[in-house]
Design a protein around this ligand. Sequence first.
Ligand SMILES: *[C@@H]1O[C@H](CO)[C@@H](O)[C@H](O)[C@H]1NC(C)=O
Ligand SMILES: *[C@@H]1O[C@H](CO)[C@@H](O)[C@H](O)[C@H]1NC(C)=O
Ligand SMILES: *[C@@H]1O[C@H](CO)[C@@H](O)[C@H](O)[C@H]1NC(C)=O
Ligand SMILES: *[C@@H]1O[C@H](CO)[C@@H](O)[C@H](O)[C@H]1NC(C)=O
Ligand SMILES: *[C@@H]1O[C@H](CO)[C@@H](O)[C@H](O)[C@H]1NC(C)=O
Ligand SMILES: *[C@@H]1O[C@H](CO)[C@@H](O)[C@H](O)[C@H]1NC(C)=O
Ligand SMILES: *[C@@H]1O[C@H](CO)[C@@H](O)[C@H](O)[C@H]1NC(C)=O
Ligand SMILES: *[C@@H]1O[C@H](CO)[C@@H](O)[C@H](O)[C@H]1NC(C)=O
Length: 440
Amino acid sequence: MKDVSYVMERISCASFMPRVDSIIVLICSLSFYACSGNDMIKKPESIKDPDSITSKSSIFKLGFFSPLNSTNRYVGIWYNDISDLTVIWVANRDNPLNDSSGIFSMSQNGNLQVLNGKNEIVWSSNVSSTAFNRTAQLLDTGNLVIREADDTNNGNFTWESFKHPSNSFIAKMKLTTNLVTMDKQLLTSWKSPSDPSFGRFSAGIDPLGIPQVYIWDGNKPHWRSGPWNGQIFIGIPDMSSAYLDGVSLVDDQDGIVYMTYTYANKSIISVYRLNYRGNLMEIEWNYELNKWQVTWLAQNTECDFYGKCGPFGICNSQAKPICSCLRGFEPKYIKEWNRGNWSGGCVRRSPLNCDRSSGKRDGFLKLKMIKIPDFAEYASIEESDCERLCFQNCSCMAYAYNIGVGCMSWSVPLVDIQKFSGSGFPLFVRLAYSELGIVN
Ligand SMILES: *[C@@H]1O[C@H](CO)[C@@H](O)[C@H](O)[C@H]1NC(C)=O
Ligand SMILES: *[C@@H]1O[C@H](CO)[C@@H](O)[C@H](O)[C@H]1NC(C)=O
Ligand SMILES: *[C@@H]1O[C@H](CO)[C@@H](O)[C@H](O)[C@H]1NC(C)=O
Ligand SMILES: *[C@@H]1O[C@H](CO)[C@@H](O)[C@H](O)[C@H]1NC(C)=O
Ligand SMILES: *[C@@H]1O[C@H](CO)[C@@H](O)[C@H](O)[C@H]1NC(C)=O
Ligand SMILES: *[C@@H]1O[C@H](CO)[C@@H](O)[C@H](O)[C@H]1NC(C)=O
Ligand SMILES: *[C@@H]1O[C@H](CO)[C@@H](O)[C@H](O)[C@H]1NC(C)=O
Ligand SMILES: *[C@@H]1O[C@H](CO)[C@@H](O)[C@H](O)[C@H]1NC(C)=O
């Protein structure tokens, strides 16, 4: 048994040195921490490029790597057994090492740090130092943690890589947002497949209104999931019936909301990755084909780009053109609209009666199979009261009711609406009486 694992460690160590010869392999396997199968780093231990440590059951590895088509060196964590190098976390993202003289160590003051050949710190875990003799450990979950010397630990780490995510979200991670302080943990895209530095895109939970998952391009929304109703994100088509199983949004009632996921089947390896183009994708390892397969994409059609059809526009990827105005509305800039620039959206055709005391009452038009608009206000009331609440308030332009979410209403322009073909939920849009009978 021992011999076998020794050989395997040696092989996996050598596998990151393309032109390795037997002498280097020997040095590598004899050096104290390198390839020892150890999952810990303590002061004054260190890992020197190209050495690595491996989690207890050899699921994850931490070491130095170069991205595809790059000679820069980074400290990262990847799946040990997957032949296709799949990095889930990077330390020195913005400060690459330009050669293989890098060192990863536990410093005197109890921080993990990446040093270059001149002993300059290019990255640090940057935890304040009141305690010493800390240990770092790579767990089988893929989490790199720092513990205090006296901590027997029950999930409270001094620092953990799971709380400083890169572009990847894996099982057991929690992507957390604090509703009180508004602090968000974000996935952040790489700049390109060969450059892990911070790209334009980020993803996380927005705490404003009803919590939803967003992808942002800079600070502009790029995609959103719709609210979580206890089982699914109601803005993701077909979520109930397909993939994304195991994902959930949890409100711990103490001001913390987080997204997490687990798989009942432990042999499934999957990663949610925010790619450099800003699309959130789920990839799953296919053991038979020996490669990753994309099992889900946040943005599948043009309609999945946030606010594609502008205010009061509705996007249907099955239609041509994909954008139209909600019934009772017309394009705001007709020329732009007709040439396929839908960002200006639509405006109301007939004024509402709401504020006047005479004339016929406004009504609600029911739209089916909808990705409901962004910026819902929320009320914890019965379905029957939801329409009344909206009707009684002239600034309320639409409402929707969903078990698990409650009564949602909108008093701002309706944006990011989609018509789905199989899933989605009803949306009730307030219209002048004269518009209600019109079929278009
Ligand atoms: C890497 O370089 C090769 C050859 O120049 C190129 O074909 C490939 O697209 C590059 N890959 C990436 C991810 O940049
Ligand atoms: C590599 O980085 C070191 C430290 O930043 C620097 O002094 C050195 O000039 C760099 N070498 C090259 C070849 O760029
Ligand atoms: C470490 O934290 C300090 C204080 O929060 C900050 O100013 C500094 O930029 C951080 N350094 C790194 C390398 O993250
Ligand atoms: C740290 O470890 C050293 C050696 O094991 C020990 O002598 C020292 O007392 C420890 N310091 C603290 C603060 O625990
Ligand atoms: C772990 O953290 C929780 C919540 O912050 C706290 O209640 C608990 O006492 C901590 N446990 C330890 C062992 O520090
Ligand atoms: C678990 O996943 C593996 C790999 O995809 C598959 O071969 C196996 O049949 C699955 N087991 C169950 C019980 O679904
Ligand atoms: C699209 O239309 C808006 C007005 O709705 C205009 O401001 C914008 O410049 C147009 N964009 C392009 C690319 O033509
Ligand atoms: C009507 O709705 C607006 C926007 O939600 C809200 O600010 C206002 O308080 C509501 N008015 C009444 C009477 O409920």
